[in-house]
Ligand binder design. Sequence first.
Ligand code: CA
Length: 227
Amino acid sequence: MSQPHVLIVEDEPAQREVLGYNLEAEGFRTSRAEDGEQALVLVDEDPPDVIVLDWMLPNVSGIEVCRQLKMRPETRDVPIIMLSARSEEIDKVRGLETGADDYVVKPYSVSELMARVRSQLRRVRPSTVGQLLTYEDIVLDAETHRVSRADKALKLGPTEFRLLSTFMEKPGRVWSREQLLDRVWGRDIYVDTRTVDVHIGRLRKVLTSHGGPDPLRTVRGAGYALG
Ligand code: CA
């Protein structure tokens, strides 16, 4: 199986380097373009699996590159993650109209961008990203049982790990305490539903131990959800 290939299009050398370095450290192959014209040539020469595309580029802008790639049948399905220093809503809308698949505002956290790249890859090449589940800056590796948030390793007990895996499989889904008991503790074990609350509390504590907002939501009368 070939390494997933990410094309980085960024005119600022330092940012291009940092991104390339981090992606390669995670096992991606990268190619790098410093402007839009070079990007369009590289896409044909060495088709990428995902493109990270800066908005503000000399000559041909990122928006124009995105528009052109999304018009051509052979490149239409390559996910594009657009980077921009401008956060105005209108820019987001324009970014989406050009067909960008995702959008990240500078300055971004490298770990969040990595998570977005993996998420796009999971869509187009599911086999290359193995058992990694990501939600925002949280990454869970089901094979090695490692969990990190914003690149910092988190130590979770086995129950908290299974709880988090359950949540990360379906972000946004509300799980009742009974459903969580079935999934995490198993049907045949008698555990009081309040036990769920205790472990959710522990999970929250670990997830926020290096800062960052609490990603778990208590839904009154219903249960818990991630995000
Ligand atoms: Ca730029």
